[in-house]
Design a protein around this ligand. Structure first.
Ligand code: ADP
Ligand code: MG
Length: 323
């Protein structure tokens, strides 16, 4: 059982950022308006995620750590289904199998909270705890019991960078939630959670990009493209600031990148690249996508409508800025 558990865990948990992705998604699902993530040694020795969401009732706490135990009904779109395929109700079980976990949680209808702890999924203890509404989960010493996996972790800095990149993307896809990332004792991200995409962009990228934002909001063939692009004069030396979200999920799309850059042709210097934070809302009738879950690379069965919506949306914003 132990070995099977560890193998299963390996599919969900690869590195600190994959732990944080799962924990933060749980926090988002819990209705939290504030989510704080703290990491030490790039998340390898210490990960803590705190939210002010609905919490977990005492009688459900142990169950939440069992594989395939989920309280969530999933009837979201195809993309969501693909990006999370097979991982439903597995995150807490997997994370607890390969780390030392402490969870403190309280729901609104209980005055006393619950503390759950385990080491590699065993030695489970559950006791009373005084705590605020919501959930705090700490995962320490990732892969302490799976040395073979530990070897595949990169240097702490690289793991920490991966976490920071992930948090940027999550923050940009949920401007209504205030996210904080504390990395090695220093606050490196803090979004206001005021629901405005440009506030989140400002918090993530700083003045540099935010001073030169052009708004985009364009619908074509039932596909809505909205967000911000960089003005042509504020172009970048590379493509690292091109962010696309489809139905709220960060993805990589070759088609969207090409459409973006085509739309800047003639307005931007050769060898320079636009930056963007663009949300693409696709009705599920148009979605029909293929996603490589690990790489987040998305392909559409019909790329043309996506290309057209992004191209024309960006083009009209660029043109308007030059008039
Ligand atoms: P899933 O998210 O697919 O349901 P998980 O293993 O990630 O599976 O979580 C198991 C269950 O634990 C969830 O369905 C939810 O009921 C509960 N849970 C986990 N994290 C939180 C949280 N931060 N706040 C409230 N409930 C949570
Ligand atoms: Mg989950």
């Amino acid at each position: 059982k132990q070995v099977a558990e560890l193998i299963a865990a390996g599919e969900v948990v690869e590195r600190p950022s994959s732990v944080i992705k799962e924990l933060v998604e749980n926090s988002i699902d819990s209705g939290a308006s504030i989510v704080t993530v703290e990491i030490r040694r790039g998340g390898v020795t210490y990960i803590r995620v705190t939210d002010n969401g609905c919490g977990i009732a005492r009688e459900d706490v142990a169950t939440a750590f069992l594989r395939h135990a989920t309280s969530k009904v999933r009837e979201k779109d195809d993309l969501d289904a693909i990006l999370t395929l097979g991982f439903r109700g597995e995150a807490l079980a997997s994370i607890s199998a390969v780390s030392r976990v402490d969870l403190i949680t309280r729901t609104a209808d209980s005055s006393i909270g619950t503390h759950y702890s385990s080491e590699g999924g065993s030695d489970v203890e559950i006791e009373d705890a005084g705590c605020p509404l919501g959930t705090t989960i700490t995962a320490r010493d990732l892969f302490f019991n799976v040395p073979a996996r530990m070897k595949f972790l990169k240097k702490d800095t690289a793991e920490g960078n991966s976490v920071a990149g992930l948090m940027d993307k999550i923050a940009l896809s949920h401007p209504e939630i205030s996210f904080r990332l504390i990395r090695e004792g220093k606050e490196v991200l803090h979004t206001p959670g005021d629901g405005k995409l440009n506030s989140a962009i400002y918090a993530v990228f700083g003045k540099e990009f935010s001073g030169a934002l052009l708004p985009v909001d364009y619908t074509l063939g039932g596909i809505r493209v909205h967000g911000y692009i960089s003005s042509p004069i504020a172009s970048r030396p590379n493509r690292s600031m091109q962010n696309f979200f489809i139905n709220g999920r960060f993805v990589r799309s070759r088609t969207a990148c090409v459409a973006l850059e085509e739309a800047y042709k003639g307005a931007i210097m050769v060898g320079k690249f636009p930056a963007c934070v663009l949300h693409i809302e696709l009705p599920s009738s148009v979605v029909d996508v293929n996603v490589h879950p690990a790489k987040l690379e998305v392909r559409f069965v019909n790329e043309r409508p996506v290309f057209d919506a992004v191209y024309h949306g960006v083009k009209s914003a660029v043109t308007a800025s030059r008039d």
